[in-house]
Structure formats: structure tokens, C-alpha cells
Design a protein around this ligand. Structure first.
Ligand code: MN
Length: 332
């Protein structure tokens, strides 16, 4: 059975070096410690090397576990913490390198393009180039940029480009925006253990509840980590939206959960829990759930054994392992 892993991180030395520079002095952004641990001077983490390796250990690990393809994306926080000019240049460079490996090994790699939300119109130009010239498969944004979210009309050129190009926009975590981060700074809550899901879940709900998806009805969004808890919350979100309208809530054409089932697909990245999978399939439909590993932050072996043994039908396993990814990301 073909196995396409849909949220697999990579980086390039130029982006890694610029992140190292960014954290050479303490910065206020809540991502500081995470970036420093991976990229900071003197770091002993193996993650940077694993991110920058595409065709050696990565391919060997894929082969060892029967993984056919990584859908690659520039690792969080991407270029979103850099100044606008550097961010645009590094996004273009990362996309060029990504396209190069995808074209040399089209059976092993597909790619989601990076872009710099700092300059939405230039971001849209790069998004167009990524699809029309580089033939990449979609886009990935690492949630907020300078504490702002994509429902802000200034970012609409990005949503317009994704919708117009008919390519999915993956909203991947980074550490929470300043206001959301404060209570998470204690007890290690900022990272993947809790803060990442809160950050991306909030981002998606902003896009839904602001009415942004009425403006961009054909926009396709993907979120990882079994839907960042949103599937589990959908009944309550609908219920409170319906019965307790509050100041600031927008008029919507659909109920919140209807947007979820129209505009959003999820991946299993980093959540190898059969109960959560079963729930998500029942809540959203098997056609909206894609398998992912989250390499190199999660183990390939456990992601594969989880999906191999998941309590789903053979037809559903085919959908999760490859058919949904082929459809959503235009992978041949
Ligand atoms: Mn990830």
C-alpha cells in the first residue's frame, strides 16, 4: 500500500543559520527557547542535521519502514520571524531547493511551498511561482506572523492566491502569539505538548468564526495533530455559536462544523492514538483524514505501526495512507 506522509519537515542551511542568528541574543517571542535548542550556537540537538538531510538518512529511514513519499515543508517557524526582505529571499531559496529534490525524485518527495506573510502581496507572487513554475503541491504557513492571524484582511491576498491556484494551505504550529503565550510559559506548556494545538486551533477558529471562509469558500486548509483538538470540540462550538451569540461574532453562512467539513482536512501527525483517530474519522469522514509522521520530531516506526494496525477498513486505510493526500495535494 502506497504510504505518503503529509507533514514532514525539512530545512536548508541558510534558513537554519538565520534562525541561529535570530536567537544569538534573547528575544521576546515565545519561540526563543525552542529555536535556540535546535539552532542556537553550541546546540547538541540532532534535529538541525535531520532537517537538512533529504537524500541520505531520511530516504534510508523511509525505505526501512516502507514509506513511499514525504510531503516536505520548511520546518517551523519557517521564514516568519525574519525581516520582510530576508524572509522573501529565504522562502524563494527554500522553494527552489525543494523543487529541485522533488523533480529529481518525484516518486519519493512532494513539497509545500513557503512564503513570507510579512509582505502579503509578494507572498502571493511567490505562491504563484511555486505552483506555476516550480510545480510544488501546496503551501504551508506556521500559524501567526508577528502575532497576527490570516483572518486579518491585510493577509487576504494570501488566501486569494491559495484559493485561486486551487492548492491547499497547511496551517502548521509554532509557539503561541505573545498574548496567548503568557500562561503557557510555565511548566513547559508552550510546545507540542499543548501550546502548539492551542495556537493553531485558535487560528482556524478565527478563520471560521470571522466569516473569512464565506469570502473564500473554495479555500482548502489542512491542520495536523489530529485536527488540533477541533474535531472533539465541534459540537460545543456549534452549540455556543448557535445559542449564545456574543459581541464580535460574525454572521456566517454555515455552522462552524460545516466549514470544518467543507474547507478543512486534518492529518494524524504526532497523535498515534486509535481512539482519537476513530473519533476524527466519525466526526469528519475518512476522506478528510490524512496520515503523517511529523519527521524528524516523531518516529517513523511508530507512525507506520499505528496506521498499519488502526481499527479502520482496508478502504479507509488506503484513503489515509495515500488517496486523500493524492487528492488534496494533487500528487500523481
Ligand atoms: Mn510538524
Amino acid at each position: 500500500m502506497r504510504k505518503i506522509a503529509a507533514e514532514e519537515a525539512f530545512s536548508i542551511p541558510e534558513v537554519a543559520d538565520t534562525l541561529a542568528e535570530l536567537v544569538s541574543e534573547p528575544i521576546a517571542a515565545s519561540d526563543y527557547h525552542q529555536i535556540k535548542a535546535i539552532y542556537g550556537e553550541g546546540s547538541t540537538s540532532p534535529v538541525r542535521a535531520k532537517l537538512c538531510d533529504l537524500e541520505e538518512d531520511r530516504l534510508a529511514e523511509m525505505d526501512a519502514h516502507g514509506v513511499d513519499m514525504h510531503l516536505l515543508s520548511l520546518s517551523s517557524p519557517g521564514v516568519q520571524m525574519f525581516g520582510a526582505d530576508a524572509a522573501c529571499a529565504l522562502a524563494e531559496l527554500a522553494n527552489d531547493r525543494l523543487a529541485d529534490v522533488v523533480h529529481r525524485r518525484p516518486e519519493r518527495f512532494a513539497g509545500l511551498a513557503a512564503f513570507a506573510p510579512q509582505t502579503p502581496r509578494r507572498a502571493a507572487v511567490e505562491m504563484r511561482r511555486s505552483i506555476d513554475e516550480l510545480h510544488l503541491h501546496g503551501f504551508l504557513v506556521n500559524s501567526h506572523t508577528n502575532d497576527e492571524y490570516l483572518d486579518d484582511p491585510k493577509y487576504w491576498p494570501i488566501l486569494e492566491a491559495a484559493e485561486g491556484l486551487d492548492r491547499c494551505l497547511y496551517i502548521h504550529p509554532r509557539c503561541a502569539s505573545s498574548g496567548l503565550a503568557e500562561p503557557l510559559r510555565a511548566h513547559g506548556l508552550l510546545g507540542a505538548i499543548w501550546g502548539f494545538g492551542l495556537e493553531v486551533g485558535t487560528h482556524v477558529l478565527r478563520l471560521i468564526l470571522s466569516g473569512t471562509l464565506d469570502r473564500f469558500p473554495d479555500l482548502s486548509l489542512c491542520i495536523g495533530h489530529m485536527g488540533e483538538a477541533i474535531p472533539f470540540w465541534q459540537w460545543r462550538i456549534d452549540d455556543r455559536w448557535r445559542s449564545a451569540p456574543v459581541a464580535g461574532a460574525s454572521k456566517l453562512e454555515l455552522t462552524p462544523s460545516e466549514y470544518l467539513k467543507r474547507n478543512v482536512v486534518i492529518t494524524t501527525s504526532g497523535v498515534e492514538d486509535p481512539l482519537a483517530l476513530d473519533y476524527s474519522i466519525k466526526a469528519l469522514g475518512a476522506e478528510r483524514v490524512l496520515w503523517a509522521i511529523d519527521h524528524p520530531f516523531q518516529r517513523t516506526a511508530t507512525a507506520v505501526s499505528f496506521m498499519d494496525r488502526a481499527p479502520v477498513t482496508d478502504d479507509q486505510r488506503e484513503m489515509l495512507y495515500h488517496r486523500n493526500a493524492e487528492r488534496v495535494f494533487h500528487i500523481s
